[in-house]
Design a protein around this ligand. Structure first.
Ligand SMILES: Cc1ncc(COP(=O)(O)O)c(C=O)c1O
Length: 363
């Protein structure tokens, strides 16, 4: 039996069918229909946010944010999923990489501060809450107001994460979420933007509908709307979200209990909860990672070196500061299976395989 790295939450058919019947009867399939409205309101209430705009995927959400906020020159992290950077390049934005923090693996505010000093053209910071672990949001807020730059968080992994009692999505000028099937909450494909300001939300809402306003094209827009069938999936999954988050956070805690003392884990924000989106471990060396990977493969346990490679090696034309930490962590990190369909027994089995891999004699 394989232990899968990830496995999507399957929407309950009985509930989903009722929504689909409702859509078919109304004939309202897309363009901000009733289920779109219902999902928006329910997500805003659940997450504790305002100005949430549903988008057809997380990558387009990033692109729409950059255009809405007028970002033309950005600093970003090389330690993220490819879309964080490719969305910037697709928009033709002047992009540069800064290194990450050695403990949290999130973009380093200190490195960003130095880079802004060197390049006053920079008007955007794009930082990822890696694995759902909040960035140093207070420090980025200070940096933004002292330097007149916008902050965008790629919060694709951070569904349900709070700093203290405030949603992490309330920091920065905007945050994006991904609702891809592999995420904690999903609409198969999908995403959202949470804007700080109502006027940015209004502007983006037009942009994602071809920039049409009262029948007139007012700007260069795009089509990034989420359709009613996908909203039906979202509403169905959302009914079970507390159970999903509790189960994932429980597995995360169990992994931590099993592995905390023997492998390095990213240092979690001291005031934040966990959502069990991923369980990354950082091994002592590439050789040790290979031994652990071999042991996992032998037992049909899936894993993923995530994020590898550091994105500066994918986009070698992008300006880059010294990125020693991102490169080093990328070569030593891997994510273990973690999903709603995983059991506590699976976590114990995976952890035992990791331990065996680590104690294998060096060849
Ligand atoms: C950090 C990060 N940013 C952006 C995305 C892109 O989201 P989507 O797949 O919804 O386009 C992902 C998706 O995996 C991601 O992990």
């Amino acid at each position: 039996m394989t232990i899968a790295l990830n496995s999507p939450v399957v929407p309950k058919l009985s509930k989903l069918t009722r929504y689909l019947e409702q859509i078919n009867e109304s004939g309202h399939f897309t363009n901000f229909g009733p289920l779109h409205h219902e999902l928006t309101r329910r997500l805003e209430a659940y997450l504790g946010v305002k100005n949430l705009l549903l988008i057809s995927n997380g990558t387009l959400a990033l692109q729409v944010v950059y255009k809405t906020l007028g970002i033309t020159s950005a600093i970003t992290t090389p330690f993220s999923f490819v879309a964080t950077t490719s969305s910037l390049l697709w928009q033709g934005i002047d992009t540069q990489f800064c290194d990450i923090d050695r403990n949290t693996y999130n973009l380093s505010p200190e490195k960003v501060r130095e880079a802004i000093k060197r390049d006053p053209k920079v008007n955007g910071i794009i930082a990822t809450h890696v694995y759902g672990n909040p960035c140093d949001v207070e420090e980025f807020s200070r940096l933004a107001s002292n330097n007149n730059v916008k902050v965008v968080y790629d919060a694709a992994h951070a569904f349900g994460i709070k700093v203290g009692d405030k949603s992490v999505l309330n920091y920065g000028d905007a945050s994006i979420l991904s609702f891809h099937a592999t995420k904690v909450f999903h609409t198969i494909e999908g995403g959202a933007i949470v804007f700080k300001r109502k006027e940015d939300y209004e502007k983006a809402k037009q942009l994602i509908n071809f920039a049409i306003c009262k029948g007139e094209v007012t700007d260069v827009g795009i089509n990034a709307k989420l359709n009613e069938y996908q909203c039906a999936v979202g509403l169905t999954v959302l009914d079970d979200i507390d159970e999903i988050l509790t189960h994932r956070a429980d597995l995360f805690a169990l992994y931590k209990e099993c592995l905390n003392d023997i492998v390095e884990l990213p240092k979690w924000h001291s005031s934040a909860n966990t959502n069990g989106a991923y369980f990354p471990i950082c091994l002592g060396s590439e050789a040790e990672l290979s031994r652990v990977a071999e042991e996992l493969s032998k037992r049909n346990i899936q894993y993923r070196p995530y994020f590898k490679p550091s994105l500066d090696s994918v986009f070698s034309d992008v300006k880059a500061d010294i990125l020693d930490i991102s490169r080093d962590i990328s070569n030593r990190v891997l994510c273990l299976p973690l999903h709603y369909n995983l059991s506590r027994a699976d976590v114990i089995e995976v952890s035992a395989a990791v331990k065996r891999g680590m104690s294998c004699p060096v060849q």
